[in-house]
Design a protein around this ligand. Structure first.
Ligand code: NAD
Length: 441
């Protein structure tokens, strides 16, 4: 057993190991909280100086994490910094930076590569580096390792390297970093051992796998599985609608089967940082192996077609009331990609808004969690503020489109005040009054 391994292992168990987290976003910040709450000193690294200033002043910028939590983290030693030369101060470095797609829908690993270079510049014997960002299998070994190895230190002896995917479930209080099992795959036995010991301090169940590639591939499997199953129910929604069958009732019936079926639900399209993006990392790497990932392509095609389907349903519903979409006032309720969160990344709400505007509708929105639309790469021109949700506002609309089923909404009241409601989430399922104003899409 090497001295560096034994020392790091002992420090992790004694909770004297200092933890560095690169990327203080939706993944990195909850992770920092988890380690801080278990008594570890955490140093957070980010390139966004505004976020750093906010966090160091004791303020959160993520709805799920309160200012009180940040203040508690600060009280036990959490600090945020953009000084990457401080990476040498920590014993474990967890990389949680974005992994988006480029314009041509290929993996954009620049944030991971920049982080790896920052780590390589400070790497010292006895450090553990873990990549958490979702990516295609082989990234840890073929992209991160060569950058770290420039230091000429030996992996598994001088420093340790692993992949461990994040499994956040934003907006779901029953699942958190402290309850979700964590898959860990080290480059070698020592790396696996220290990485597993580290995560065992914050999660109830560490699942050790044989390599970083298995860990990377398992995360992409999880997200691809969701993307494909959501596409399946989205396709069935369109078919069953034509047949006059309620897809939501069908799913509720099917899910009473106690084995072999897991319920997925249709919607206005995919959203979020993960499900619409990650499967295409696999598609890209598959091409290097002479394969195409047909399920992923097909699911992508169906899911990205959903906003067009929803807008056609809005146009049909307005038509029934004698109005063309052009010139009609349409209010979108919910711009977050998922209920009860404040994250609009990749939200289908943007595409719905864009399509409705292109057809000449006057579009506004309300989202209690998103006061202003943030600038996005594809919809930078959509600058809008959330409108107050009042009876007058609802009454003034020709159509109210429920895009996200936030719990804060009173759906009975919305149906009572609006002339026409198009519901893409079955949010109105428990409302018995005024259903003649309702169209489901
Ligand atoms: N959000 C989720 O629910 C979720 C769940 C599972 C996995 N993931 C994956 O985790 C990773 C991070 O996602 P996220 O949602 O936390 O992203 P995010 O955009 O919320 O946060 C990323 C943070 O990294 C910072 N950053 C970018 N480049 C940096 C650099 N070179 N050095 C330091 N900081 C840098 C950004 O300023 C930002 O604060 C992605 O790979 C994502 O696919 C996200």
């Amino acid at each position: 057993m090497s001295d560096t391994f034994a020392e790091l292992h002992a420090r992790i168990l004694a909770k004297t190991a200092r933890i560095g987290i690169i990327g203080l976003g939706y993944v990195g910040l909850p992770l920092a909280r988890a380690f801080a709450s278990r008594g570890y000193e955490v140093l957070g690294f980010d390139i966004d100086v505004q976020k750093i200033a906010k966090l160091n002043a004791g303020h959160s910028y993520i709805k799920q994490i309160s200012d009180t939590t940040i203040a508690e983290m600060r009280a036990v030693g959490f600090t945020a910094t953009d000084r990457f030369d401080r990476l040498g101060e920590v014993d474990a470095i967890l990389i949680c930076v974005p992994t988006p797609l480029t314009e041509s829908r290929e993996p954009d690993l620049r944030y991971v590569i920049n982080s790896a270079h920052a780590v390589a510049g400070q790497l010292r014997p006895g450090q553990l580096v873990v990549l958490e960002s979702t990516t295609y299998p082989t990234t840890t070994r073929n992209v991160v390792l060569p950058i770290l190895q420039r230091s000429e230190m030996v992996p598994g002896e001088d420093f340790f390297l692993a992949f461990s995917p994040e499994r956040e479930d934003p907006g779901n209080a029953t699942h958190s970093v402290n309850t979700i099992p964590k898959v860990v795959g080290g480059l070698d036995d020592n790396s696996s051992e220290v990485a597993c010991a580290l995560y065992a301090a914050i999660v109830p169940n560490v699942v050790r796998v044989s390599s970083p590639e298995v860990a990377e591939a398992s995360k992409i499997l999880e997200n691809t599985y969701r993307a494909i199953n959501i596409a399946l129910v989205n396709e069935l929604k369109v078919l069953y609608d034509r047949m006059g069958i309620d897809v939501w009732e069908v799913i509720d019936a099917a899910k009473t089967k106690p084995f072999g079926f897991q319920a997925f639900y249709p919607g206005p399209g995919l959203g979020g940082h993960c499900i619409p993006i990650d499967p295409f990392y696999l598609t890209w790497v598959a091409r290097q192996y002479g394969m195409s990932t047909r399920f992923i392509e097909l699911a992508g095609e169906i899911n990205t077609g959903m906003p067009t389907y929803v807008v056609a349903k809005v146009a049909d519903a307005l038509n029934e009331t004698g109005k063309p979409l052009k010139g009609s006032r349409v209010a979108i309720l919910g711009m977050a990609y998922k209920k009860d969160i404040d994250d609009p990344r990749e939200s289908p709400g943007f595409e719905l808004m864009e399509l409705l505007l292109k057809k000449g509708a006057t579009v506004t929105y309300n989202d209690p969690h998103i006061p202003n639309l943030p600038p996005t790469r594809h919809y930078a021109h959509l600058k809008m503020e959330s409108q107050p949700l009042t009876a007058e506002y609802l009454q003034a609309q020709d159509c109210v489109l429920i895009a996200t089923d936030h719990s804060a909404y009173d759906y009975g009241w919305i149906l009572a005040e609006a002339k026409l409601v198009v519901d893409t989430r079955n949010a109105t399922k428990n409302v018995s009054e005024n259903r003649d104003r309702l169209v489901r899409a």
